[in-house]
Design a binder for this molecule. Structure first.
Ligand SMILES: NC(=O)C1=CN([C@@H]2O[C@H](COP(=O)(O)OP(=O)(O)OC[C@H]3O[C@@H](n4cnc5c(N)ncnc54)[C@H](OP(=O)(O)O)[C@@H]3O)[C@@H](O)[C@H]2O)[C@@H](O)CC1
Ligand SMILES: Nc1ncnc2c1ncn2[C@@H]1O[C@H](COP(=O)(O)OP(=O)(O)O)[C@@H](O)[C@H]1O
Ligand SMILES: [K+]
Length: 487
């Protein structure tokens, strides 16, 4: 159940303590951690002069194990210690003794063909000193980081204020948020999760609420299906000269499996929409009243508003009509910005909605407009999305290279399959459409958000070369949606 779980450093300490309480000694955990790192090194690199940078805590303890094993395997190894051997404690002191010396001081990385970064892991408690920052930027050879690259905050992925750039990071038991959230993910290079003998059952007690790439089962059309059982998605079109975004969303909703999709268009945009739509239906909805009338047909069970909708009172009124309709609602782009001056009005309207889900899909700029006080650097992207979900009453899909879907109960899913080629105009409209199509098929809010961001990333990944445009994405969704793309 917890195979996709992410553990904060605090939760990892708890997992460690529960494992020790269950009879695994902490020294054994350290030995296995160091061995796992040494074996991953052996798998990737030929023997070369290796410098292991050891910090004053247990991250350094793992480093001594790596140094000893590589030396035993015939590698030329040096150890540099930050601090003094006399001040080492507990398991780290025992492992330092087993290494046996010599110990250099952490002053330079010259002469090394490989650096093992065992300075700080879960216990990073303050920003790196200027000396360590300088050292990290002087490294020109491959770096293998133990647990997390030193300087990266395991809980948030932030660099404090800089970090070692690793080619490989070996962490233990489960990844931490810092391995998947930016910029941490980039600093980690390849991340390998090693089994060090902590039993999975400790997670039943910890109940970690954060996950990576968790996609619930996707809707499938059964043999007795008809189109109305697959949901009817509605996408609100922008003005006459701004209709493309809604059509991208509508096409994506249809591709992801909604039985029917209707574009609700202002009168003046009917001709433009008509000229481009075939399987997707078109209905005139010139204002909020007309949109409300259209959505009074309860078979229209999911509605998307925002892509190129225009910023202002008209869009605010349409958002209210959508929220009052009883359909699931996706609020994207201009629908969010339209409430920048009065976000509480939006949250109040959400609080009054009937039972169906509301999902907001802000990028960081839109997020800052609605949740000004939640843009704190000390909080992780997961914490910010969860806080916004709690405040707004909506599921929040906070976009970016590390998109996060969060609900108000404190759960969040980080998506890591999105390639940078998605940074192209209109790709957010496609995401909003995927989400609307999944909600139309009956998926619940955070599950639909998680599935939409995963399918979005997978579609871009399938393109596989430069030149991706948002128009390409819906057709890449058509390649078949596996029952569970991760298993
Ligand atoms: N949990 C597990 O299951 C297992 C964990 N294992 C390993 O243990 C690691 C966690 O060990 P840990 O708790 O000792 O913390 P660690 O990262 O060594 O740092 C603490 C020391 O660094 C110091 N310090 C911090 N920041 C600093 C800075 N910027 N500049 C200077 N100093 C700084 C800090 O000082 P203080 O805050 O006390 O002033 C303290 O002395 C974990 O990442 C994994 O590798 C494995 O053995 C297998 C099982
Ligand atoms: N560097 C990146 N790597 C991966 N995905 C990205 C990156 N930049 C943007 N994306 C994704 O692309 C989409 C862009 O959406 P958005 O910012 O609304 O753009 P637009 O309004 O042009 O459609 C989001 O789903 C976001 O997660
Ligand atoms: K480290």
């Amino acid at each position: 159940m917890y195979s996709h779980a992410l553990l904060t450093p605090e939760q990892m300490y708890r997992a460690d303590a529960l494992a020790v309480a269950a009879g695994v000694s902490s020294l054994t955990l350290m030995e296995r951690a160091g061995r796992a790192v040494a074996e991953e090194i052996l798998r990737r690199f030929g023997a070369r002069p290796t410098l292991v940078l050891c910090g004053p805590g247990n991250n350094g303890g793992d480093g001594y194990v790596v140094a000893r094993l590589l030396r035993d395997w015939g590698w030329p190894v040096r150890v540099a210690l930050l601090g003094e051997t006399a001040r080492l404690k507990g398991d780290a002191a025992i492992m330092a003794k087993r290494w046996g010396g010599p110990f250099e001081s952490v002053t330079s990385v010259d002469g090394a063909g490989l650096i093992v970064d065992a300075l700080f892991g879960a216990g990073l408690s303050k920003p790196l000193s200027d000396q360590i920052v300088k050292l990290s930027s002087a490294v020109k050879v491959p770096v293998v980081a133990i647990d997390v690259p030193s300087g990266i905050d395991g809980a948030t992925g932030a660099a404090r204020p800089a970090a070692f750039r690793a080619d490989l990071t070996v962490t233990f038991f489960r990844k931490k948020p810092g391995h998947v959230l930016m910029p941490g993910r980039e600093y980690c290079g390849e991340t390998v999760v090693a089994d060090i003998g902590i039993p999975d059952r400790v997670l039943d007690e910890i109940k970690p609420p954060l996950m990576e790439n968790f996609v619930p089962e996707l809707p499938q059309a059964g043999p007795n299906q008809h189109k109305y059982r697959r949901g009817h998605a509605v996408v609100v079109s922008g003005a006459a000269h701004q209709t493309g975004a809604a059509r991208l969303a509508a096409r994506s909703a249809l591709r992801v499996g909604a039985g029917l999709v209707t574009v609700a268009s202002p009168k003046a945009a009917m001709a433009a929409n008509e000229a481009h739509l075939t399987a997707i239906m078109l209905a005139e909805a010139d204002d909020a009243l007309a949109l409300g009338r259209l959505l009074a047909d309860r078979r229209k069970n999911a509605v998307c508003i925002g892509p190129a909708a225009g910023v202002g009172a008209e869009t605010r009124a349409k958002v209210r009509a959508a929220l009052a309709s009883g359909a699931a609602v996706v609020l994207d782009a201009d629908a969010l910005t339209s409430f920048a001056l009065a976000p509480d009005e939006l949250f109040e309207a959400i609080a009054e909605t009937p039972e169906r889900a509301v999902v907001m899909t802000p990028h960081e700029g839109e997020f800052a407009r609605l949740f000004k006080d939640l843009v704190k650097e000390s909080d992780s992207k997961c914490e910010r999305a969860i806080a916004a979900a709690k405040r707004s009453g909506a599921v929040i899909l906070l976009k970016g290279p590390d998109s996060v879907a969060a609900n108000g109960e404190g759960g969040a899913i980080v998506n890591t399959n999105a390639p940078p080629s998605l940074a192209t105009a209109g790709s957010g409209d496609v995401l909003a459409g995927l989400l609307t199509g999944l909600l139309a098929q009956g998926m619940e809010g955070v599950g639909a958000a998680a599935a939409a961001m995963w399918l979005h990333g997978a579609a871009a990944g399938k393109f596989g070369r430069a030149g991706l445009t948002a128009e390409d994405l819906p057709d890449l969704i058509s390649c078949g949606i596996p029952q569970n793309p991760l298993l």
